[in-house]
Design a protein around this ligand. Sequence first.
Ligand SMILES: Nc1ncnc2c1ncn2[C@@H]1O[C@H](COP(=O)(O)OP(=O)(O)OP(=O)(O)O)[C@@H](O)[C@H]1O
Ligand SMILES: [Mg+2]
Length: 477
Amino acid sequence: GVVVVEAYVPESLLTKMEGIGRQYEEYKQIKAMKNPIKAGAYLFVAVVTVMILFSATWFGFYVARSITVPIQRLAEATEAVAQGDLSVKIDAKATDEIGTLIESFNRMTGDLQGSKFKLEDANRSLRQTNVELDRRRAYIETVVETIAAGLLSMDRNGIITTFNPSGERILGLSADRIRDRPANEVFKEFGLEVFQAVYDRMQADARDDWSLEGQVDVQGKPVKIRLNGSRMRDEANKDLGYVLIFDDLTELIKAQKVAAWQEVARRVAHEIKNPLTPIQLSAQRLRKKFFEKSPDFDRIFDEATNVIVTEVGSLKHMVDEFSKFARLPAPQMARQSLNEVIQEVLTLYRAAHKDIDFCVELDDDLPVLNFDREQLKRVCVNLFDNAIQAMNHAGRVWVSTKYDTKRKRAIVSVADEGVGITPEDQEKLFVPYFTRKKTGTGLGLAIVRRIITDHDGQIQASNNQPKGAVFTFDLPV
Ligand SMILES: Nc1ncnc2c1ncn2[C@@H]1O[C@H](COP(=O)(O)OP(=O)(O)OP(=O)(O)O)[C@@H](O)[C@H]1O
Ligand SMILES: [Mg+2]
């Protein structure tokens, strides 16, 4: 038997069945492909991983390089700077913080180099200045060492800082004994009262300079000293102390006297030779004519003896004048008015010289001073005579006195509008026997100068404006 069972299968189920059958077929196919697909996926993942690893490493290296290279350069450059080479420049390009660092480093070395150049420049000019200063100091020291005048300087506190060799010689004191010691103490110990006086005066009066003449005992011998004190100030007018310059007047006067007497001896010899020649010639002629028994012996005798007598007369006159000059009496000093003495002489001259106009200006403030009346009259007479002779006895003579309160001196001047003084005569005016006059002795001004220097004064001659000469002398008050 067969049993047939029929059952209706809906179409939708059929399609589903077909679908499932198809899916199953596909599944079977895919299942067969399973291994190759899996291997492919694994390969893909591996390749990607390797690529990622590689690029990460490369990137790492890249980044590391962009940091280490500039840092390496920086390290090298720092080393170079440490060795003193400031010209290093890092030219690595970077834009990040390292870039800023490099830029700052370059700027720093640049600045450092600029500063170094400036420093070197400053150093060089400083060295030059030092050399120049050294040279000047040596020069000034040499000047101080070699000047003939004595020099003593002290600082603001009165401590002696310099004492030059001339000072040592004049005062007979070695510098070691007084240097770096208080001036007051030194002046007292060695009896330098003039120095003390000048120093005191400058301190008390706040004066910038002061001069004084006085005596100092040098190894038991009196030495006449002229002392000039000055206050030292720097450019900012700050007080630096004092400098005292002094001269040995005894030496100076002695030297002047020797020079003057040498000149006198030379001129006297010359003057004596002049009349001697005609005397000798006349005597020789007389002898000759006498032995020849010449017929005109009488006439020649008269002539020759006349020459001899005249020439001997001029010799005698010269000797008289000379001894007058040589034997100038010692001054008789007294305190009196200089103006009065000048007026006295002027009265005589006004009466005797009608063609001379005396313009007189005497300072009423001039105090009485110490001088020899007769000698000062002689000075005036000589100066007035010279002025009148220089103008050929007609013209104006200006006479003035002035009181220099600062230097404490009387200043007298006699001016004329005569021929004036030529530059070559200027030096010789006061030398004994220098004259440009036919009948002059040339002793007038020599005597004048001698009197003035005996009175501790000085006399100078210069030219008057617009013409003529001026003689100016000063005397201590
Ligand atoms: N005021 C003056 N102007 C121009 N020259 C002058 C003046 N005073 C003097 N001298 C010149 O100086 C020279 C010397 O003068 P100093 O008084 O010594 O002698 P002297 O006048 O020639 O002679 P002495 O005084 O015996 O008459 C003069 O010869 C003259 O050349
Ligand atoms: Mg004269």
